[in-house]
Design a protein around this ligand. Structure first.
Ligand code: COA
Length: 372
């Protein structure tokens, strides 16, 4: 008789504490990065300051954040060899996250530090990854539109550069501010699915490119980062505010998951959704997209009253990005662009205090089989 391993199964690891972390915390409806609330950071910190905070566990001085900006600027550009490779990848009818996952993975082949896990090399590779993801997304989008890549401006921030590289026109100060806040809001979120994937890969002492590629693969799914694009699809499908309540009722009756609602950890609301909701309201109204905000608000009321579920980060980020003119299939890559900062903080933390993740599975297959 073959022995069978048995143990309590926590499906989806709900409530399992898998590691210690000092990167970000969620207590009730309060999200903090390194002890600072998300409301405080969204209102007062730039994305580059948040990156410094996540990576160094302290608020940066002006000189420190300038130093980080200078280092990031050195890596914004894509080399000619990287561009030649990227030009061989298909861009028509491909999932932008699948393209991004492939491109990020490929970057390691031009990085002679990619296999070096010393703390100095980790930081250098992390800077390259964070700086290059926006350039990759813009490269992808412009190529599929038949447009040339626009080189980043080393004098500008990541938010400014992304909008510049995407559209080829200088963004307004207001657009840069909104986008910078969105980057801050999405930067980290404790042990979510993609941060866990990143840490699991890092825990085998694999390299940072592998770890971030794992994170991108996990974020891609509609139950995680892919939900923001699906929210916009849902709004287009509903199209008319008057139809929204019946649409929700029908979806819930048929056990269809409504994208942008529910959360494994937050049961009293996602604090990021509250911030994004007010951004969505003013942006949508100011850009002639009020209808999409109106439908969103009606959906929220219907889902809350019929199912008791509250919106998560993906629900109102959809209308924020849409009002900024960002193509809806880039919403998830933009999430990845921001979250790369948090994934890197988690990978650094994992390497610094590592033990390989190796849980068990409860056997439910056949036993005592014989081959011959
Ligand atoms: N729409 C409708 N019902 C939902 C729902 C949603 N968005 N999210 C959860 N539920 C329901 C489930 O059907 C289940 O109902 P039941 O008990 O009647 O069967 C119950 O709420 C628990 O949901 P469950 O899927 O077990 O929760 P989870 O913790 O495993 O999953 C999410 C969390 C986020 C994956 C889930 O809420 C979801 O799929 N949301 C939509 C996708 C999304 O917005 N993802 C982004 C997350 S930031």
């Amino acid at each position: 008789m073959v022995e069978v391993y048995e143990g309590a199964v926590d499906k989806g690891l709900e409530g399992v504490v898998a590691c210690t972390t000092g990167v970000s915390s969620i207590v009730d409806a309060t999200l903090c990065y390194r002890g600072y609330t998300i409301e405080d950071l969204a209102a007062n910190a730039s994305f580059e300051e948040v990156v410094w905070l996540l990576w160094n566990n302290e608020k940066p001085t002006a000189a420190q954040v300038d130093g980080l900006k200078t280092q990031l600027k050195e890596h914004f550009k894509l080399s000619d060899s990287t561009k030649s490779f990227l030009n061989t990848l298909p861009v028509k009818d491909v999932h932008p996250m699948a393209w991004l996952r492939t491109a990020v993975s490929a970057l390691s082949l031009w990085d002679d530090k990619s296999q070096d896990l010393s703390p100095e090399a980790q930081r250098e590779v992390g800077l390259k990854l964070l700086a290059k993801v926006p350039s990759l997304i813009a490269f992808f989008h412009r190529k599929r539109e038949g447009k040339d890549f626009v080189d980043p401006n080393p004098e500008k921030t990541m938010a400014w550069n992304f909008l510049w590289m995407l559209n080829g026109t200088e963004p307004s100060d207001e657009a840069v501010k909104v986008f910078d806040t969105c980057l801050t809001l999405h930067a980290d979120h404790e042990l979510n699915c993609s941060a866990f994937s990143t840490r699991v890969t890092a825990s085998s002492l694999s390299d940072l490119y592998s770890a971030i590629t794992s994170g991108i693969g996990s974020l891609k799914g509609p139950l995680h980062g892919g939900a923001n694009t699906e929210v916009m699809r849902m709004l287009f499908e509903i199209d008319d505010p008057a139809k929204a309540p019946a649409w929700v009722e029908n979806a819930l009756a048929n056990k269809v998951k409504i994208m942008g609602f529910g959360h494994r950890v937050y049961k009293n609301g996602d604090p990021r959704a509250k911030i994004l909701k007010s951004m969505s309201k003013s942006l949508s109204e100011n850009t002639g997209n009020g209808k999409w905000y109106e439908i969103s608000d009606i959906i929220e009321q219907a889902v809350v009253s019929q199912k008791g579920l509250l919106p998560n980060v993906d629900f109102y980020s959809a209308t924020v990005y849409y009002s900024m003119g960002i193509p809806m299939d880039l919403f998830t890559p933009i999430f990845a662009m921001s979250r790369t900062s948090g994934w890197l903080a988690h990978a650094f933390e994992q390497y610094a205090n590592n033990r390989i993740y190796r849980p068990r599975g409860e056997w439910v297959g056949k036993s005592s089989q014989t081959w011959a």
